[in-house]
Design a protein around this ligand. Structure first.
Ligand SMILES: C[S@@+](CC[C@H](N)C(=O)[O-])C[C@H]1O[C@@H](n2cnc3c(N)ncnc32)[C@H](O)[C@@H]1O
Length: 282
């Protein structure tokens, strides 16, 4: 979850049946409306140009694609794109607009991305803290091994997550608050984190509706979730990437390509490559 910026569209999605949240923590999240996508793409575009400029093929898998906004963005740039996500509700939002011919959305698990997608790509992206959803070392290893298999030789993996080292060091327990004016009222997106021992993170994405002029209900919780995450650090990630056969690992501190500063950077952005001399298995 990179810093979501104020958006101009509606707030949280529809109510969801009890129990659905445990299976699909993004059910009813209205995730798209919590992020200012134009601002995010403007910020990320030069870095994407820099790191995805010389791929073996103009094709890309967006793993943990959520509402599919990056997938659509790259499809509009002429890439062949597949967006993969485990959340039915995220994918339902992703498919709301007509899907162009060079884009498809698939429901499946990142840890089996190659099997779920069934073809190879010039690049794989895992953006917006999705890697932190992989809770143990075996999950992380399986995900990177799947990425290795789905990349063409010379293909690149780019992923972005929070730099939890900084949050642990500073004992910071929140991400920046975002406040949006929407047709339904002013929506406040509050993201609290409880940082536990051993890199276990409890994350509480919460949507509030703020009505300054309503004396009875000035602030209402529209949606609150408790999601378990894992605070992977650069060392864990580098080891798992190398074990999966990925090489040329580079670290950045933001999606603008700033240098990674372990105690300063808000994000940890990692770039790796599948070696060119890798044999293509059948
Ligand atoms: C915070 S969202 C990020 C969405 C988008 N990539 C972005 O940058 O805004 C994390 C996404 O990862 C998906 N996800 C988490 N674990 C997954 C897994 N094991 N396999 C596939 N998708 C997963 C969730 O369903 C969710 O859509």
């Amino acid at each position: 979850m990179s810093a979501a910026e104020p958006s101009t569209t509606g707030p949280a999605g529809p109510d969801v049946p009890p129990g659905a949240a445990a299976q699909d923590p993004f059910a009813g999240a209205g995730y798209r409306s919590l992020i200012d996508w134009d601002a995010r793409f403007r910020r990320e575009d030069p870095f994407f140009g820099q790191v995805l400029g010389s791929l073996p093929e103009k094709s890309l898998a967006d793993l943990g694609c959520g509402t599919g906004d990056h997938a659509r963005y790259f499809a509009a740039k002429g890439f062949r794109v597949a967006g993969l996500d485990s959340s039915a509700s995220m994918l339902a939002d992703a498919r709301k607009e007509p899907v162009p011919r060079n884009l498809r959305f698939v429901q499946g698990d990142l840890r089996e991305a190659d099997r779920a997608l069934g073809e190879r790509f010039g690049a794989a992206l895992i953006l917006g803290n999705t890697v932190a959803f992989l809770l143990d070392g075996a999950d992380l290893q399986r995900a990177f091994a799947a990425v290795f298999r789905l990349l063409l030789p010379g293909g690149r993996l780019l992923f972005q997550m929070l730099n939890y080292g900084r949050f642990y060091e500073r004992k910071e327990r929140q991400l920046p608050l975002t406040v949006n004016d929407t047709a339904e009222g002013t929506v406040v997106f509050l993201r609290l984190m409880d940082l536990r021992e051993g890199g276990r993170v409890l994350f509480f994405p919460t949507t509030l509706l703020w009505r300054p002029d309503d004396p009875e209900r000035p602030l209402e919780i529209i949606r609150a979730r408790r999601v378990e995450l894992r605070a992977w650090g650069p060392g864990d990630l580098q080891k798992a990437l190398e074990a999966a056969g990925l090489r040329d690992v580079e670290l950045f501190g933001s999606m603008e390509g700033k240098p990674f500063e372990p105690l300063e950077s808000q994000d940890l952005v990692v770039l790796a490559r599948k070696p060119l001399d890798t044999m293509l298995s059948p």
